[in-house]
Design a protein around this ligand. Sequence first.
Ligand SMILES: [Fe+2]
Length: 316
Amino acid sequence: MKRRQFLLTLFGGSVAGSLIYGAIAKSKNQYEPVLAKSPASNPPENNPTFTDPTEEPLVRFAAIADNGFGSLDQMAVAKSMWETYQQKPYPFVLMAGDNIYSYGEISLAKAYFEEPYAPLLKENVKFYAVLGNHDIIKSNNGLDQINYPLFNMSDRYYSFTKGAVNAGTVEFFAIDTNSNAPWEAQLGWLDQQLAKSTALWKIVYGHHPLYSSGRHGSNPELASKLAPIFAKHQVPLYLCGHDHGYERSIPLDGTTYIVNGGGGAPLYKFGKSPQTAFVSSQFSFMTFDVYQDKIITKAIATDGKVFDRAIITKTI
Ligand SMILES: [Fe+2]
């Protein structure tokens, strides 16, 4: 039986999420984790004695990428997401592409999206997707996913705002980083929208990394398009996937770049680059607590443990 058939059989039907997770917990992961590289340094924010603020954040959210693989590893990450949610609920998740392997087929959304995240969806947690390279192959160039209600995409690129206006809001800019994206229109839109945004924090996410030490590596062409816009508008955080593992950069011209591609597809080996602050290729997801003066980021493994945390502050 092929893997996909097996997983559809295993996860199809009306099996409750908790039962699925129970079964998965007893399963061995299909892929051996790639050994984590030690941090480039031991930043103080990564110190185990770091404690979270007692006050509630303005906005809390989670993020995944490269997750829609239909693998036991995806289910293990989903289980960890659910367990984290039960301790500290987050109302939405940024999903940074390769939402449905291998070709973006919307017919697989039930097996590769609705079933793995069923407990979160039942709690009305919203997923905001962008298109990865796999998502545009057999999906009418991504249109099938854009039109799929549970991905909450209003277009190939779009923005949305969270948080209370009187306390401080976060505006998210979801972009299409595929080579066939409408780049000219999109870059003009991004520049204009960032300029006119009144949000306290502006966060951009897309599928492809500008800077990465993983298999695909850094993308100078993408960096030449986006990095000047991020610097101009002091975007503090760019989130992506595509390289299957986790890497956080030091701030580059005010922007922290995070590759968060350990959502379920087979892991890649990562090296280390001058911009690397922390790297570890393992199955994982992230949570973010946004405050007036800082964003606390956490990378969380399948066992629920935080293996990297950082504090992002404003540079101006
Ligand atoms: Fe990708």
